[in-house]
Design a protein around this ligand. Structure first.
Ligand code: HEC
Length: 127
């Protein structure tokens, strides 16, 4: 086999195993983290409505700062993008850095797997 192609395939194999190790979807773990770090300000159940922070039921796919009847900061209210796995992951890693002016008083979750688990849990919360 051509040496360059062999190296390329080797690198690809490493990338695939790294990415699958970084993103195991574990809603149970995510729920525990959500309860300890987020639930004092957010509910992920529709009927609970807004708390200090906006309701997070079906937040993935929702426009940033667009839940009805929540008084967002101008930073989120004026956003034009949507929460998906990527935008949510970046926000949860460093809220104030990714959305300057946000009033969410949370410093972020530094651990990639913990953050992935929270996003994974939120994906399951649509009721
Ligand atoms: C101390 C209270 C507090 C904590 C803890 C907190 N948040 Fe928030 N969160 C807020 C507030 C307030 C806002 C609205 C911010 C704004 O308008 O700029 C917000 C906004 C958000 C948004 C944007 C929602 C939308 O409708 O655009 C998401 C997503 C979010 N928080 C997720 C989380 C997650 C996940 C955690 C736990 C890892 C968490 N938050 C922890 C108070 C909190």
């Amino acid at each position: 086999m051509n040496k360059t192609i062999g190296m390329f395939l080797g690198a690809l194999g490493t990338m695939v195993s790294l990415s699958s190790a970084a993103a195991p979807c574990s809603p149970e773990r995510g729920q525990k983290i959500f309860e300890s770090k987020c639930a004092m300000c957010h509910s992920a159940k529709k009927e609970a409505g807004h708390l200090v922070g906006p309701n997070l039921s079906s937040v993935l796919g929702r426009g940033v700062g667009k839940a009805a009847n929540f008084n967002y900061s101008p930073a989120l209210a004026s956003a034009t993008d949507t929460w998906d796995e990527k935008t949510l992951d970046a926000f949860l890693k460093a809220p104030a850095a990714t959305r300057p002016g946000t009033t969410m008083p949370f410093s972020g979750i530094k651990n990639d797997q913990d953050r992935g688990a929270v996003t994974c849990f939120l994906k399951t919360q649509t009721q």
